[in-house]
Design a protein around this ligand. Structure first.
Ligand SMILES: Nc1nc2c(c(=O)[nH]1)N[C@H]1C(S)=C(S)[C@@H](COP(=O)(O)O)O[C@H]1N2
Ligand SMILES: [Mo]
Length: 318
């Protein structure tokens, strides 16, 4: 895995990354002395960059399960987001995400594991070979995208920390830092945002921890520096900017289930037969397309995951 620093990337390689462009302009205008000072802030870790400046990730192999559908544009993926920590509008995360500092970043691993530890992001990611996984993301709001993620199987990380026989679920927690996440100054959800998976769901080869997309490190609006991607579940299960991974015995509370339990269950599998109380889940709008598509059970990943739910009533366990 070889990661180029942001400043090595030719501007021709850059799609509309406003913050990055602004930073370049700032550096040029500020002259050599200031540039040198800013250079001192440059991250030693190529995985974490100053706000908005993405580093190219190379040496990424093609992972399994990729869809051949057309990718959404980088602009759509980075400017049509749900990340309530920055506000509830789709454009808020790209507008306000720049204030979040993702360096340094640590992830605490707690609960029923033999190797609890607090990892620096670099140490968490380094042992894993990064893969590109082109997955559909289906939001519960009935829109979808195709996103070329870069990440590695969560299962590989779980094995590293050695869960004990008491670990039945994993709870994930997002950073709580209202000074840099303006949406957290309003009580839209119970902060910090939390999510959870059953251990076997977490071990599915489809489930990844993502650190990049479109060949580059994640922008803050997409959950920098590390987020979960669970492609057969509604988008809200794919929790962003993770700071804690806790192995627990009981089904953990989740932010959306706490907020409105009648609308958002723990499982949240994409299921066109279970309507949201306020709208149908039969179809979806692919961002960038005009006609709606039929929503597929498990977002089309049934071959890989249907067996996880054998014998369960997925209308009750929604
Ligand atoms: N911490 C946190 N994670 C989150 C959210 C959020 O508001 N906060 N929104 C979720 C929802 S509803 C969706 S659809 C996806 C959107 O991911 P994207 O913006 O990278 O496409 O992120 C999910 N992860
Ligand atoms: Mo969503």
């Amino acid at each position: 895995m070889l990661i180029k620093h942001a400043d090595d990337i030719r501007s021709s390689e850059i799609t509309p990354e406003r913050a990055y462009v602004n930073r370049r302009q700032f550096m040029q205008a500020a002259g050599a002395a200031l540039a040198a000072a800013a250079g001192a802030l440059a991250p030693e870790s190529p995985l974490v960059t100053v706000a908005g400046a993405q580093a190219a990730i190379s040496g990424v192999r093609k992972g399994p399960f990729g869809t051949t559908e057309k990718w959404n544009s980088f602009d759509d993926i980075t400017h049509y987001n749900n990340f309530y920590e920055f506000g509830v509008d789709k454009t808020d995360p790209s507008r306000y995400g720049g204030s979040l500092k993702t360096k340094p970043w640590t992830v605490a691993v707690e609960g029923h594991v033999n190797r609890p530890a607090t990892y620096h992001l670099e140490d968490l990611v380094k042992p894993h070979a990064l893969e590109e996984r082109v997955y559909r993301l289906r939001c519960v709001e009935a829109w979808s995208m195709v996103i070329p993620w870069i990440g590695f199987p969560l299962a590989d990380f779980v094995k590293r920390v050695e869960p004990t026989s008491k670990a039945k679920y994993i709870e994930f927690t997002t950073l709580l830092r209202p000074s840099e996440m303006p949406g957290q100054r309003r009580s839209v959800l119970d902060w910090p945002y939390t999510e959870g998976l059953r251990l076997d769901e977490a071990m599915s080869p489809l489930t990844i921890l993502a650190v990049g997309l479109y060949g580059k490190t994640l922008m803050n609006q997409n959950g920098a520096p590390i987020r979960l991607v669970v492609p057969w579940k509604y988008g809200f299960k794919s929790i962003k900017s993770i700071v804690r991974i806790r192995f627990v015995e009981k089904q953990p509370a989740t932010a959306w289930n706490n907020a409105t339990p009648g609308e958002y269950g723990f499982y949240s599998n994409v299921n066109p037969d279970v309507d949201h109380p306020r709208w149908s889940q039969q179809t979806e709008r692919r961002i960038g397309e005009f006609f709606r598509r039929k929503t597929l059970m498990f977002n089309g990943y049934g071959d890989q995951v249907a067996s996880l739910y054998a014998g369960m009533d997925l209308k009750k366990s929604y």
